[in-house]
Design a protein around this ligand. Structure first.
Ligand code: URA
Length: 199
């Protein structure tokens, strides 16, 4: 039997020492991902921001804290999940979107993570992971809150929490980003409960 922890430690080591693209020159830390390796739910973000780059941990800055708050409100414990990103190193001080070659350099790591964990649900946060996995040019505005299939796994796009932070509309009015996010998270919670009750 394979020891999942050992396989993950080896993969983590490869990510932490990776120099397949230019981002290795400017990173303080790679951010491989963290969480429950025996989970049914993996959340994939875009890439590390400043706080993540400084610590090596995903989603711990302002956007990450908002994400944790929203998950908590729906009684989803982030420690239940495995959380990672499309790219494992920060792009630049503006957190620009990753370039094609950076995503492709990192893609084997993401695929390996999904192979090791074999989740039942993949949550993609924002445009970058959603477009990459679904191979689509459609944006998150049309794709969020709907389940699709990725290699037999349920894929569920949600808005990126930083979209909520940067949107001028901070209300919970029907149709606002926060309202839509909350509808999506409630649906997600139902599906998580469903897949957890199947094991
Ligand atoms: N935004 C992301 O997409 N990922 C992180 O880890 C942090 C912020």
């Amino acid at each position: 039997m394979h020891d999942i922890n050992k396989i993950w430690e080896e993969l983590k080591n490869k990510i932490n020492t990776c120099n397949k693209c230019g981002l290795c020159k400017t990173r303080h830390n790679a951010v491989p991902g963290e969480g429950n390796l025996n989970t049914k739910v993996v959340l994939i973000g875009e890439g590390p921001g400043r706080d993540e780059d400084m610590t090596g941990r995903p989603f711990i800055g302002e956007a990450g804290q908002l994400l944790t708050k929203i998950l908590n409100a729906a009684k989803i414990d982030r420690n239940e999940l495995f959380i990672t990103n499309v790219i494992k190193c920060r792009t630049d001080e503006f957190n620009r979107d990753p370039m094609q070659e950076e995503m492709y350099a990192c893609r084997d790591f993401l695929e390996a993570q999904l192979l090791i964990i074999r989740p039942s649900i993949i949550i993609t946060a924002g445009n970058v992971p959603t477009k990459l996995l679904l191979r689509t040019n459609n944006g998150i505005t049309s794709l969020h809150g709907k389940f699709s299939d990725w290699r037999g796994i349920k894929l569920f796009p949600i808005f990126h929490p930083s979209y909520l932070l940067h949107s001028p509309d901070k209300s919970n009015n029907v149709g606002s980003p926060r309202y839509l996010m909350w509808q999506d998270i409630k649906l997600l919670k139902q599906k998580i409960d469903e897949v957890n009750s199947q094991s």
